[in-house]
Design a protein around this ligand. Structure first.
Ligand code: ATP
Length: 443
């Protein structure tokens, strides 16, 4: 999708009920979004597919659902208290605040405000360090606060439960723990729709391996995760690429990291990071908690701290990428047509049913009966609130693969018109064969 189509795309998402601005009724909150009826359905599909693929289908990965608020020491051990910071600077003229690493620099101390283009001299405008974590007081008494933090990534919930999971599941290394959940970062660079939010969702796996097997496991996971986007999310190969981090970009403990990037309307950006984190996390949690988080290999009679490979994906960025990838705009008989070429496993509905004339009770009854039947086996929607042309346009814009129209002839020939979203081809299909017809043409 081209950059100039982004605002039309965002308005489609709002108009059709994929996303709404957070607390919009009261003027909204920056970088907070709510998923509407269709967005909630599609987001759940993405999470279900991921969970099914990694937790349900595999024997070597188990699931977890850990809490969002966590102990301060968790983040002392993980390094987030010390190091999860952005360095910010204020523009002296327009008073807006920016991440210093994201704005233009010229000369030794001079930066330029991206908005009003004023020079920012860091000898006068001192940059300030700002921790991205949301801190919250968990004490009932204000004078004696007890602080907890909203997790900035789901991963820490996995590390602190490593021993609990190991002891209750009796898994042997290599094995993984997978989790889907909310994470919170008080991001300063905002905008770009749902790409960077303060409240977002992640799908993360921590895969624990023997140190000597870590590099090959890392390489495996990079390939596996790329394949997931191609196969299960229907993202085209030309919209995805791998970007390996150079040594200057790697966290000090990480051995390797590859970003899976998507061609967003504003350019190539990270969709997921796959990192080889060595033994950093378990070692540090072991040190700060003073608990032994090592693993005993009973075959080799050897104790060691496992290495970990972390494929860390954003649900919202995946959602955004899937929609961008599916967005199509074309001209049909001199008029623009917009449709979403979504996989049917991701589309909010797999079929829509309409009566051609809503004033004909027999048609409405037949259409509703067909709808109730279809709905037993797939997500479907019934609509009779507009003319047929508008109903088709509505379903195209939300990516419904097939529309089924019931007309006067249907009453006598027991056939309906099935229209294909992508080709717009229409075919008469016997009512009794509709489900079979749709399942033979899965997208
Ligand atoms: P970026 O460099 O874009 O800020 P990151 O490297 O900080 O991302 P990670 O900490 O690796 O991101 O988080 C893993 C994944 O979580 C990212 O690839 C992204 O999909 C998602 N994610 C991270 N921060 C946000 C955010 N603020 N809003 C939405 N998704 C996010």
């Amino acid at each position: 999708m081209a950059e100039d189509q982004l605002s039309t795309f965002v308005s489609l998402c709002r108009r059709r009920g994929f996303l709404f601005g957070g607390s919009e009724l009261y003027g909204g909150l920056s970088s907070i979004w709510d998923y509407g009826p269709l967005g909630a359905k599609m987001k759940k599909r993405i999470k279900d597919i991921w969970w099914d693929e990694y937790v349900e289908k595999r024997e070597d990965i188990v699931g977890l659902d850990s809490s969002i608020i966590m102990h301060e020491d968790v983040f002392r051990a993980s390094g987030h208290l010390e190091g999860f910071n952005d360095v910010l600077v204020d523009c002296p003229k327009c008073k807006r605040r920016f991440r210093i690493d994201k704005i233009e620099k010229f000369g030794t101390n001079l930066y330029r405000c991206p908005d009003c283009k004023t020079e920012i001299d860091t000898r006068q405008q001192k940059p300030r360090t700002f921790n991205l974590m949301f801190k919250t007081n968990m004490s009932a008494i204000e004078e004696t606060p007890v602080y907890g933090y909203l997790r900035p990534e789901t991963a820490q919930g996995i590390f602190v439960n490593f021993m609990n999971v190991l002891n209750t599941t009796h898994k042997k290394i290599p094995f993984g723990i997978a989790q889907i959940g909310k994470a919170f970062r008080n991001e300063v660079t905002t905008g770009s729709f749902i790409f960077r939010m303060k409240e977002f969702e992640q799908m993360e796996i921590e895969y624990f391996v023997r140190p000597e097997e870590a590099m090959s496991a890392y390489e495996h996971w990079v390939k596996n995760r790329l394949q997931f986007y191609l196969e299960h999310m229907g993202i085209e190969e030309s919209n995805l690429r791998l970007r390996e981090h150079g040594p200057d970009e790697l966290a000090h403990y990480a051995k390797a990291c590859t970003d899976i990037e998507f061609r967003f309307p504003f350019g190539w950006s990270e969709l997921e990071g796959v990192a080889h984190r060595a033994d950093f996390d378990l070692r540090e949690h072991g040190r700060v908690s003073k608990k032994d988080l090592s693993y005993f290999d009973s075959v080799k009679e050897e104790r060691f701290v496992p290495n970990v490979i972390e494929p860390s994906s954003g649900v919202d960025r995946t959602f955004f990428a899937v929609l961008c990838n599916a967005y199509r705009k074309e001209e049909v008989k001199g008029r623009p047509r917009v449709y979403l070429k979504l996989k049917d496993t991701l589309a909010p509905f797999r079929a829509a049913v309409f009566p051609l004339l809503k004033k004909e009770p027999q048609l409405v009854e037949l259409a509703k009966n067909i709808f109730y039947d279809i709905k037993k086996s797939m997500p479907a929607v019934y609509d009779d609130t507009a003319s047929i042309g508008k109903l088709y346009r509505r379903q195209d814009e939300i990516g419904t693969p097939f529309c089924i129209t019931v007309d006067m002839e249907s009453l006598s020939d027991r056939k309906v018109t099935v229209r294909d979203r992508d080709s717009m081809a229409q075919e008469r299909v016997e009512i009794d064969r509709v489900e079979e017809y749709l399942s033979e043409r899965r997208k």
